[in-house]
Design a protein around this ligand. Structure first.
Ligand code: NAP
Length: 289
């Protein structure tokens, strides 16, 4: 069997088209403000990509690029001003933050109604209570990808490998909200293969190249590979990106996301969809469950 490839680009385009149509119905373009500290090349590139995409779909976007030496008080002061600014619909503080700033303090300071990353404890609580709220972008993007390809979630045995706050935990919550039977595995899970082989829907967010080998995949399963790992090229060749799932798993799975080009495009698209949702909520609408 060769698995159906679940490419992110068409699903992301559909999500963005929907976000753009919803944005056009609002009285003003939804406004996203991103805050980045320091010059970490990955953060610079992520924020630039989000900013460009936001403008492409008709959103307003501003980036505050602050120095690496910014104090926590200065960052909290900026967040307070953005919270109070009625023109701003969404606020994103790009992680990781420099050592002198508590990530928790920064994320908790964002008005939950403008928390387009969905990391504020109020939004985390609403997710686990199964109530509408802004959802973390990568997990919500994965659900949008599954929906785009009409892959059933309800009633499926879902296994999520990795329990981070940005991917694994919220993804488990979202799958539970959609009536999957969910197992959340992590580094202390004994006999990981025995657990993953149970999965109709296997989602892997670990950050270890090819941790999941073909023998760990149930034949016909849907595999969502969130991992992005940079590995050196053979014989000193160019480095390339690869996932947490071994490519040969495509011979066993029924459907699988490529890396790169699977979950990645969904994350940015979901951020912009969340910004539109935040603007709708602030003008009296409701978020998705
Ligand atoms: P993270 O915070 O480092 O968490 C990794 C998780 O994997 C932890 O829960 C850890 O378990 C678990 N783990 C580590 N070794 C394991 C093993 N041998 N068996 C089972 N579980 C193991 O990572 P993250 O931020 O969630 O990111 C995970 C990957 O997704 C990374 O490659 C990242 O680059 C990628 N990512 C991609 C996107 C995207 O848009 N495509 C977005 C976010 C992240 P413990 O909790 O027990 O330590």
């Amino acid at each position: 069997m060769t698995a159906r490839l679940l490419a992110g680009a068409p699903a992301a385009e559909a999500l963005l088209a929907d976000a753009a149509a919803r944005a056009a119905r609002l009285s003003a373009p939804p406004y996203l403000v991103m805050v980045r500290l320091g010059d970490d090349p990955a953060s610079v590139s992520y924020v630039r990509g989000k900013d460009r995409k936001a403008r492409e779909v008709g959103l307003s976007s501003t980036v505050h690029a602050l120095p690496e030496t910014t104090t926590q008080a200065e960052l909290l002061d900026l967040i307070a001003r953005l919270n109070a600014d009625d023109r701003v619909n969404g606020i994103l503080v790009q992680l990781p933050l420099p050592a002198q700033i508590s990530e928790q303090a920064a994320l908790h300071a964002i008005d939950p109604r403008k928390d387009v990353d969905g990391f504020h404890p109020l939004n985390v609580g609403e997710l686990w209570a199964g109530r509408p709220a802004l959802r973390p972008c990568t997990p919500a993007g994965i659900l949008a990808l599954l929906d785009h390809y009409r892959i059933a979630v309800a009633g499926q045995r879902a296994v999520v490998v990795g329990r981070s706050h940005i991917v694994g935990r919220p993804l488990a919550g979202l799958l539970l909200n959609r009536d999957a039977t969910v197992t959340l595995a992590h580094s202390r899970t004994p006999d990981l293969g025995a657990v993953t082989r149970e999965a109709d829907l296997l989602c892997v967010a670990v950050g270890q190249a090819h941790l999941i080998t073909p023998d760990m995949v149930k034949p016909g399963a849907t595999v969502i590979d969130v991992g992005i790992n940079r590995v050196p090229g053979e014989k000193g060749g160019k480095a390339h990106l690869t996932g947490d799932v071994h490519p040969d798993a495509a011979q066993v799975a029924g459907a699988i996301t490529p890396v790169p080009g699977g979950v990645g495009p969904m994350t940015i698209a979901q951020l912009l969809a969340n910004t539109v949702t935040a603007a709708e909520m602030q003008s009296g609408g409701q978020a998705a469950r």
